[in-house]
Design a protein around this ligand. Structure first.
Ligand code: SF4
Ligand code: SF4
Length: 583
């Protein structure tokens, strides 16, 4: 059986494990062979041909640096790309289709970005060797598959690529100057005026790139990508940092690109409602995080997302989650004095030019209340006022114990293990295991990635001895799988402990899955915000969606919300009856 041995070099510290503990314990080494050796960089190296997969070294390495995996039989060939010996291996590629938007769904660390970089000709595949392959080798590798035709066209100059990278926060480091200077420079299509209107960039054209927010940089990166003359467009996570209204707008915009049969579009996206809305077909990616990744065959979007939620790929005989994710219609407990947890009084708060008002509201014991609204209209301010982090003249802070997870997380020198001491002691099964936090225990908070820090902060907040958990954007930086897991964890914690939560988020599926009720924000970004609710889910969604011009139906298999096609019979019917979300 093919076997892969991956060593996470960041975690391998031979000087701290007692001098190559793994090599000293490996039975093959003990028989006199060189299965685990010292690499030229001083880190451990495993010879996959000699390794028998006995499982000793992954268990004994004190830093969890080693993963040994037996690969599925069909992967008994060289990978398309490998990040060095004992590095991550990618085994297949998705295929762009002309006239269609093709999506890629899968967890982080499974090779999604690498796959599209290879298709976009940014990363040369090395086929597991120590040098990059040339186009001849690539075409030969894919002989008889759809990808062969794609790479032949690329070789013959029939494909021109435009690519939006994932990390838009790096743009100010690569370009100085203003937004208009950058966009005019890349405007090969001479569509500058149209695109800035469509992506609502007119207000920030003269701003310097380093002055902009993540959401503004995201829209600029998308504008720059589409202004280039190309016939294959790649978008790596085009909706991060955007609010729901902007996500829908961007999804429509990207969808529209592929209405030209000569254009192929490929996107990586973690927001399942947006992925569903934006794409025609999808590939699922599975494997083992940071070890290997495989791309499934192409599926229709509806079927592909349902397969993803079911956790089992039938054709590949691959289970990637223990349990399926299903959505249930919300059950609303009646509001009575006995089950009210807390109430807040009307809020009237001014900060500079910004003015926030909120009607009074109350929350039930055990309820999860979602907050929906666009960026810049005071959602975080509202949550901070309730948490007592921001003081108001009337003192609107809730008079009960509140645990608060802020939107922007800061990591200090503390070890994860120390930060999560209470969670480890009390909620090993409910929090530590499902959020996969054990591997992070020995790392410092300031060494964690955005997604790792987010999971730690969520576990920390949920483990507090508090009556109400206030969480600001818990889905940010998380991949689709982690979002599904976090929503499940929060819901189950509230159910079993009887505590309550208020959650601000932009991922509508996440909010739908979690929430019993909704608070809705209305207003003008940077100027004013007005808060109403909590509403029932039906009332709340109808109030929120009336400003966005979309309607939702439910998937018959798992009851997940799906955006209706504009002007379809369902869309028209629902708009006429005012049932925009639940029918
Ligand atoms: Fe030590 Fe683990 Fe590195 Fe092996 S992989 S040398 S046990 S730290
Ligand atoms: Fe050696 Fe392989 Fe066993 Fe590790 S899993 S101890 S490398 S034989």
């Amino acid at each position: 059986m093919a076997r892969i041995a991956v060593i996470d070099k960041k975690k391998c510290h031979p000087d701290k494990c007692g001098n190559y503990l793994c090599a000293r314990l490996c039975p093959i080494n003990r028989m006199g062979e060189q299965c685990i050796t010292k690499g030229s960089d001083g880190k451990a190296v495993i010879d996959e041909k000699l390794c028998t997969g006995c499982g000793i070294c992954p268990k004994k390495c004190p830093f969890g640096a080693i993963t040994i995996i037996n690969l599925p039989q069909e992967l008994d060939r060289e990978p398309i790309h490998r990040f060095g010996q004992n590095g991550f291996a990618l085994y297949s590629l998705p295929t762009p289709i002309f006239g269609k938007v093709v999506g890629i769904i899968g967890r982080n660390g499974i090779g999604k970005s690498t796959a599209i970089k290879i298709l976009a000709n940014i990363q040369k595949p090395n086929f597991g060797k120590d040098h990059d392959g040339d186009i001849k080798e690539i075409i030969a590798y894919f002989k008889g598959t759809e990808a062969q035709g794609y790479f032949e066209k690329l070789r013959d100059g029939q494909i021109k690529i435009s690519y939006k990278p994932q990390q838009v926060d790096l743009i100010p480091k690569q370009y100085t100057g203003t937004v208009s200077e950058l966009l005019k420079k890349v405007d090969e299509k001479k569509q500058y005026e149209t695109i800035i209107q469509e992506l609502e960039l007119t207000q920030i054209l003269e701003s310097k790139l380093h002055e902009l927010s993540g959401g503004e940089l995201q829209r600029i990166a998308i504008a720059a990508t589409v202004l280039k003359k190309a016939n294959v467009y790649f978008f790596d996570e085009p909706t991060s940092y955007l609010d729901i209204k902007q996500r829908i707008k961007i999804a429509r915009f990207i969808k529209n690109l592929a209405s030209d049969p000569e254009i192929a579009v490929m996107v990586i996206e973690h927001d399942l409602i947006i992925l569903d809305y934006m794409t025609d077909m999808i590939h699922l990616m599975y494997g083992h995080e940071s070890v290997y990744g495989v791309v499934s065959g192409v599926k229709t979007t509806k079927n592909g997302i349902n397969v993803y939620l079911s956790g089992f790929l039938k054709e590949e005989n691959m289970r990637f989650r223990d349990q399926p994710i299903k959505f249930n219609p919300p059950i609303v407990a009646p509001q009575t004095r006995e089950n009210t947890l807390t109430e807040w009084t009307p809020i009237d708060y001014t900060q500079g030019r910004f003015h926030l008002t909120a009607e009074s509201g109350e929350i039930n014991k055990g309820d999860v209340v979602g907050i929906l609204g666009q960026n810049g209209i005071g959602k975080t301010t509202f949550v901070k006022i309730l948490a007592g982090v921001l003081k108001t003249k009337e003192d609107n802070a809730l008079k009960l114990k509140v645990a608060y997870k802020p939107q922007y997380l800061e990591g200090g020198e503390e070890l994860v293990m120390a930060a999560l001491a209470r969670a480890i002691q009390k909620y090993e099964i409910q929090l530590i295991r499902p959020l996969n936090l054990k591997d992070l225990f020995m790392r410092k908070l300031n060494e964690l990635s955005g997604g790792e820090l987010q999971r730690v902060a969520i576990a920390h907040c949920l483990s507090q001895d508090a009556d109400l958990m206030l969480m600001d954007e818990p889905s940010a930086y998380l991949d689709v799988e982690q979002r599904l897991m976090v929503s499940k964890v929060i819901k189950e914690m509230m159910f079993t402990t009887g505590k309550s939560a208020i959650i601000v988020d932009h991922d509508l599926l996440f909010i739908d899955y979690l929430s019993d009720k909704l608070i809705v924000f209305d207003g003008v970004p940077a100027l004013s915000g007005h808060v109403t609710g909590p509403y029932t889910m039906k009332q709340g969604m109808n109030t929120f969606l009336s400003g966005i011009d979309i309607t939702f139906r439910r998937d018959e298999e798992n009851y997940r919300p799906r955006v209706n096609k504009e002007d379809s019979q369902k869309d028209k019917e629902q708009k006429s009856t005012g049932n925009l979300y639940y029918t």
